[in-house]
Design a protein around this ligand. Structure first.
Ligand SMILES: Cc1ncc(COP(=O)(O)O)c(C=O)c1O
Length: 378
């Protein structure tokens, strides 16, 4: 079976973990600092702050921008739930704007319609690794004086005109979860180019500790520190990034050429000058004749793993429709999420399916997968 996800780990990563364990210094230390330097070079961002995972990196970002109770943050509902959950963490309110059906990313026009005098920030999510229309989003943010937090969890090596994602907003947040392009099991990082935000991030992730160390704390914070085992894996992964990513980009290009020939199938539109991270390939069926479930079953019968990902949008989750178990609902009036409607997101959620996009995929695998799809959909 051709797997839908895999982990590109070699002996070097294993050796790196052994080195840390043998050193007996397992907590965040020199490998975390080394990775921050390497990731700064990789993304071109001035500052990098590691975190225990992508969710915590988003939470650190929101906190560093002073987003708090009753502030509204506009984001997409077609994403992993972490994107909007972190908005709840600070008592802020997620507001959902529909996506552009062609890019699967937040539609700048729909986003602008959602702005109120409570809006404090925009959280574009580069879904599946496709860069959002950042020029339009930056213009809106400037016009309405809003902050931008880029959710780059899926956007390793995604760029616009050669500039890495995460450098277009105030902050960019990454995940190195076990299935991402670059992995450490759990892991995350925030990138930014502002010194003040950088200092805040470092203290937020470490209980507001005085940067000199010790047990004096000057703000309320969290423990979002990464372990040096995870950071050591990341040091190797980033050194191997070119090898890992060039294969993915090659696969993405071949897929797009071949899938583009199949009628009634939509693949993500990539805007001019944008480079996709080639993290996930998830076509959308435009013809109601076939359902994703049938396609997935057929592919499986032919030895190809396939699945749907976000078949429920964030606002459709039980956790959002009934907020009675969320303690902040005692003091904050949230919108009735059961009344939210984003038709393009709903169509995309109901009609997409994910196909293998692993770095070990060969040209022959891709030809076989696309040919199998072609035969089934004709
Ligand atoms: C779009 C998106 N945002 C946020 C996250 C959260 O990252 P993590 O799982 O590392 O907490 C993920 C990852 O899984 C994601 O895909």
């Amino acid at each position: 079976m051709i797997p839908v996800v895999d982990v590109n780990i070699r002996e070097k990563e294993v050796e790196a973990v052994i080195e840390v364990v043998k050193s007996r210094y397992l907590a965040e230390g020199k490998f975390a600092r080394a990775f921050e330097g390497k990731f700064s070079e990789f993304t071109g961002a001035k500052h990098v702050v590691t975190a225990v995972n992508g969710t915590c990196s988003l939470h650190m970002a929101i906190t560093a921008l002073d987003i708090g109770p009753k502030d509204e943050v506009i984001t997409t509902p077609f994403t992993f739930i972490a994107s909007s959950n972190v908005i709840f963490f600070n008592g802020a309110i997620p507001i959902f704007a529909d996506i552009d059906p062609e890019t699967y990313n937040i539609d700048p026009e729909k986003l602008e319609e959602k702005i109120t005098n409570k809006t404090k920030a925009i959280m574009p999510v580069h879904i599946f690794g496709n860069p959002c229309d950042m020029k339009a989003i930056q213009d809106i943010a400037e016009d309405y004086d809003l902050k931008i937090i880029e959710d780059c969890a899926q956007a390793h090596d995604a760029t616009i005109d050669g500039k890495h994602m995460g450098n277009f907003g105030d902050l960019g947040c990454f995940s190195f979860y076990g299935t991402k392009n670059l992995v450490s099991g759990e892991g995350g990082a925030v990138i930014c180019n502002d010194e003040t935000i950088y200092e805040k991030l470092k203290s937020i992730k470490n209980h507001g500790r005085n940067p000199a160390g010790g047990y004096s704390h000057y703000r309320i914070g969290y423990n979002y520190r990464i372990t040096d085992m995870a950071a050591a894996i990341l040091c190797v992964q980033i050194d191997r990034a070119n090898e890992i990513m060039s294969r993915r980009h090659r696969n993405g290009k071949l897929y797009r050429n071949l899938l583009g020939e199949i009628e009634d199938l939509r693949i993500q539109k990539i805007l001019p000058g944008h480079q996709h991270s080639d993290y996930i390939m998830a076509p959308v069926l435009l013809n109601e004749k076939k359902k994703p479930k049938e396609v997935i079953e057929y592919l499986k019968s032919k030895g190809v793993s396939s699945r749907t990902i976000y078949e429920s949008l964030s606002y459709e989750q039980e956790s959002y429709k009934d907020l009675s178990t969320w303690h902040m609902s005692r003091v904050i009036n949230y919108p009735d999420y059961s009344k939210v409607s984003c038709p393009n997101s709903e169509y995309t959620a109901r009609n997409h399916f994910e196909i293998p996009m692993v770095s070990t995929l060969t040209d022959e695998n891709i030809q076989y997968i696309t040919q199998t799809l072609k035969e089934f959909l004709k």
